[in-house]
Design a protein around this ligand. Structure first.
Ligand code: SF4
Length: 475
C-alpha cells in the first residue's frame, strides 16, 4: 500500500520550512489577523451555548462508538447507498482512489470536472493526476479557487487561502481571469468568482465532492459550506463522485444533530452553516443521474489500530485547533508540508505516513493544551503528540542534539553524587555567561536555546544542600 498525504513525503522538515515562513511578515500578519477574527467569532457563539460541554462529550462518544464498530457501519453505509442507487468503491490508498476517479471520467469521455470541499483529494494529490490524464479540474469553493488560481497550496483546513489578503486575491483574479478592472471590496471579488464559476457549473458534466459526514443508516453524504457553490457542484452535474475518508461515517441521521451544532460554531463562528447539503443515491430527473462514493483508507486503518492515538480519527476538520495554536499562528499551514496543518496535521500526517517522512511534526507544538481545550470532539492532541514523540525516539529518529542531551541528563540523574558534581561544575561553568542574574547568551549548540529566550542560572544551592544545611543547623 502506498500512502501519500499530498506532497508531505517530499516536504522539508518542520523547522526548516518554519524558519523561512516566519521571516515573511506579510504572511504572519495575514494569518494572525484571520485567526484572531475567527477565534473571536467562535468564542462568542460557543459562550452562548449552556450545554457546549455536554455537546462536546456527545460528539466524542458518537465518534468513539463509530470507530469501535467502523467495519459494521461502513458495510451498512455501502448497503444503504447501493439501495438508493449509488455505487460504492473501496480505495485502499491514494493511488487506488485516483485511478477510480480517472476511470470514471474516461468512461464518460469527459475532460473537465468541477470540484468542491475535497481536502481528501488534496491528500491523494488528485489534481496532479487529473492534469496528467488530460482532465482540467476547476475548484469551486472560493478559497480553494484562490489557491488554485494562485498556483499556491492550502494553508488552513477550513479557510485554505487564509494566508492571502484581499489585495493579493484581487491581483490573482485580475491576472488569471483576464480581467481589465476589479475593485478590492469583498463583494467585487466574490462577484468576479461568481462570473468565472457560473458558466462552469452549467457546462461541466462531472462533479467531485468531499464529505463532512456519511450516514450509515441512510447511505447519505453531507457537505456543509457557506457559499452555495457546493450545493451547485453536487446538484448540477450529471455524474457526482464523492471522495470520502472512512472516518467520516456516522451511524444515524440523528447523530448529525450533534455535529451540525459543533462544526459551524467551531469552524467559522457561525450558529449554523448557510448551506447543509445532503444527497442519498439518485432520483430520476433530479440532480446527478449517476452517483459514486469512493471510501478511502490511505493509512486510516493503521491509525485505527493504535489505541493510544485512534481518537485522531474523531476529527471533524473544524480548524479550531489551528486558530488557537501559538505555533501555527506564527508559521501558517505551509510549514507542515501537508494538506493538514496545525495541531491536527502534526498528529494526523505522521500517523498516515507511519512516521516515515514526518518525524519532525510531533515536535511542532509547545504542548500548551489550547488545541485540546477548543476541540469540539475533545481529541487530546497534546497526549497524542507525546505518544508520537515516543515513537520517534523508539525508531531512533530523535534529533541528534536531543539524543545527546538526554544521554547526558541520564548520566547525571541516575546517581545523586554525579548530579551534585554536575551542579557544582555548572555553577562554575556558567560564571562567564551570567549578567544581571540572567544568562542571555550561551556558546555553540546551546546558543540555539538562548537565541530566543533567557535562561535562569543554576541556583547557588541545590535543594539537597539546603536540606542538609537545615538539618545541621537544627542539631
Ligand atoms: S482536531 Fe479537533 S479542533 Fe482540530 S480540526 Fe479536528 S475537530 Fe477541529
Amino acid at each position: 500500500m502506498s500512502v501519500h498525504v499530498g506532497e508531505a513525503a517530499q516536504a522539508p522538515d518542520f523547522p526548516s520550512a518554519a524558519q523561512k515562513l516566519v521571516a515573511n511578515t506579510q504572511l504572519r500578519h495575514n494569518v494572525r489577523h484571520a485567526t484572531d477574527v475567527i477565534r473571536r467569532k467562535r468564542a462568542r457563539v460557543v459562550d452562548e451555548m449552556s450545554d457546549w460541554q455536554q455537546l462536546r462529550e456527545a460528539g466524542q462518544r458518537i465518534k468513539d462508538h463509530t470507530l469501535r464498530h467502523l467495519d459494521h457501519y461502513l458495510l451498512q453505509f455501502e448497503e444503504a447507498c447501493t439501495r438508493a442507487g449509488g455505487k460504492v468503491h473501496w480505495a485502499r490508498d491514494a493511488d487506488a482512489a485516483n485511478c477510480i476517479v480517472i476511470d470514471l471520467i474516461r468512461s464518460h469521455h469527459q475532460t473537465e470536472v468541477i470540484k468542491v470541499k475535497t481536502m481528501t483529494s488534496d491528500e491523494t494529490g488528485l489534481n496532479k493526476v487529473l492534469h496528467h490524464a488530460g482532465v482540467t479540474p476547476y475548484e469551486t469553493d472560493l478559497a480553494d479557487l484562490i489557491v488554485q488560481l494562485g498556483e499556491d497550496k492550502p494553508s488552513h483546513i477550513v479557510v485554505p487561502a487564509l494566508h492571502r489578503n484581499k489585495m493579493e486575491i484581487r491581483q490573482i483574479f485580475l491576472e488569471k481571469m483576464n480581467l481589465q478592472e476589479l475593485g478590492d471590496r469583498p463583494e467585487d471579488l466574490t462577484a468576479a468568482a461568481r462570473n468565472y464559476l457560473r458558466e462552469k457549473f452549467l457546462r461541466v458534466k462531472i462533479g467531485i465532492s468531499g464529505a463532512n459526514f456519511a450516514v450509515a443508516e441512510t447511505g447519505s453524504v453531507c457537505v456543509v459550506e457557506s457559499e452555495g457553490n457546493g450545493r451547485m457542484c453536487v446538484s448540477l452535474p450529471q455524474v457526482l463522485i464523492s471522495l470520502v475518508g472512512i472516518e467520516k461515517i456516522v451511524p444515524t441521521f440523528q447523530d448529525l444533530e450533534v455535529f451540525l451544532q459543533l462544526l459551524p460554531r467551531s469552524a467559522t463562528g457561525e450558529r449554523m452553516n448557510p448551506y447543509n447539503s445532503f444527497w442519498t443515491g439518485i432520483a430520476s430527473g433530479d440532480g446527478p443521474q449517476e452517483f459514486h462514493v469512493i471510501l478511502l483508507d490511505n493509512g486510516r486503518t493503521q491509525v485505527l489500530a493504535d489505541e493510544e492515538s485512534r481518537e485522531t480519527l474523531d476529527c471533524i476538520r473544524c480548524g479550531a485547533c489551528l486558530n488557537v495554536c501559538p505555533v501555527y499562528r506564527q508559521t501558517g499551514g505551509h510549514a507542515y508540508g501537508s494538506v493538514y496543518g496545525g495541531p491536527i496535521g502534526a498528529i494526523l500526517t505522521p500517523q498516515l505516513q507511519s512516521m516515515e517522512h514526518s518525524q519532525s511534526l510531533p515536535y511542532a507544538s509547545s504542548l500548551c493544551g489550547a488545541c485540546y481545550e477548543v476541540c469540539p470532539v475533545k481529541i487530546n492532541i497534546p497526549e497524542i503528540l507525546i505518544h508520537l514523540r515516543g515513537k520517534v525516539v523508539e525508531n531512533g529518529d530523535a534529533p541528534f542534539t536531543e539524543r545527546m542531551a538526554m544521554k547526558a541528563a541520564a548520566f547525571f540523574l541516575e546517581s545523586g553524587d554525579r548530579l551534585a558534581t554536575g551542579q557544582k561544575l555548572a555553577r562554575i561553568g556558567q560564571l562567564p555567561f551570567v549578567h544581571d542574574g540572567t544568562i542571555s547568551r550561551l556558546p555553540g549548540l546551546l546558543g540555539g536555546w538562548t537565541a530566543v529566550r533567557d535562561l535562569s542560572p543554576v541556583p547557588k544551592q541545590s535543594f539537597r544542600e539546603w536540606w542538609a544545611k537545615r538539618d545541621q543547623e537544627k542539631r
